[in-house]
Design a protein around this ligand. Sequence first.
Ligand code: SAH
Length: 318
Amino acid sequence: ARQIFQWLYKGIYDYELMTDISKDLKNVLNENTYIENISCEKIMVSHEDETKKYLFRLSDGNIIESVYMKYKHGNSVCVSSQAGCRMGCSFCASTIGGLQRNLLASEMIDQVLKIQSDTGEKISNVVIMGSGEPFENYDEVLRFIRILHTKEGLNISLRNITVSTCGIIPRIIDFAYQMPQVTLAVSLHASNDETRNHIMPINRKYPLSQLMKACKEYIAITNKRITFEYALIEGVNDSEKDAKELALLVKDMLCHVNLISLNKVDESHLKGTNRQSAERFKNILEQHKINATIRRELGSDIDAACGQLRRRYNDWKN
Ligand code: SAH
């Protein structure tokens, strides 16, 4: 088992190439198992930075996307955990066609393996921030993380793996106990229930007060910093009042706020905040002693935001 395992995560897709395995065993494997092998349909390379976006086709024809980003601290892959998404966030392209299905751990691992092989670069960071809600596909995401981490797998440090959730409270607590070293990002995007209900329907099930309580519990259990993601949307969540309210909401928490100007999605009328207003928002947070960074937008020329590329797939095919 160990031999086969090692071959698989070296990126070998054919039992015949596993030289230290007997002919009999190869026959048994060929008759009873298959090796996941998603196919690369299209690669887009950003002219602005070295970001690459990949469109992959799964064996049942579903299309998913993944992104490769080069940072000073290492090479990062953003992985999809579902084909489509059912969370319905109003600013996100991934959810427009609804959920197709959960991905298997093997389909998540193969996104990383295929990108590693295409770029020739060792992947050191994985963020589960592509299409889908990872905590709706909890068990397979955990299997995926274990394979990423194990020495015979991709040998990636748990601290270099990030899972992002829109706020599925019971899973946040499960995750705190089961994967305390993995980094957790929570998509906040609003500092009050009224706005959050409007842009993130999940808030009606798990409202902010309960979500923040769960985040505090997560921090107490893991002693780890949470990343709050906040996409600035013009006229929706980017006012001075919003910034102050956000500062109060996360006050005294071990956390970091990642601000990003919303990437424009064709199907939505929502627009990103301009640089100046984003800076103003960040300054207000900092005045309240909240750690905040404005994220660089990588790959904006190649539609690298959540689910945007997959939406275009049918246009290209025709
Ligand atoms: N379902 C998970 C993970 C996938 S989305 C979650 O909600 O966290 C990864 C991040 O991209 C989330 O914070 C999501 O809200 C954000 N996002 C989605 N569409 C975006 C857009 N158009 N511009 C900026 N961020 C976006």
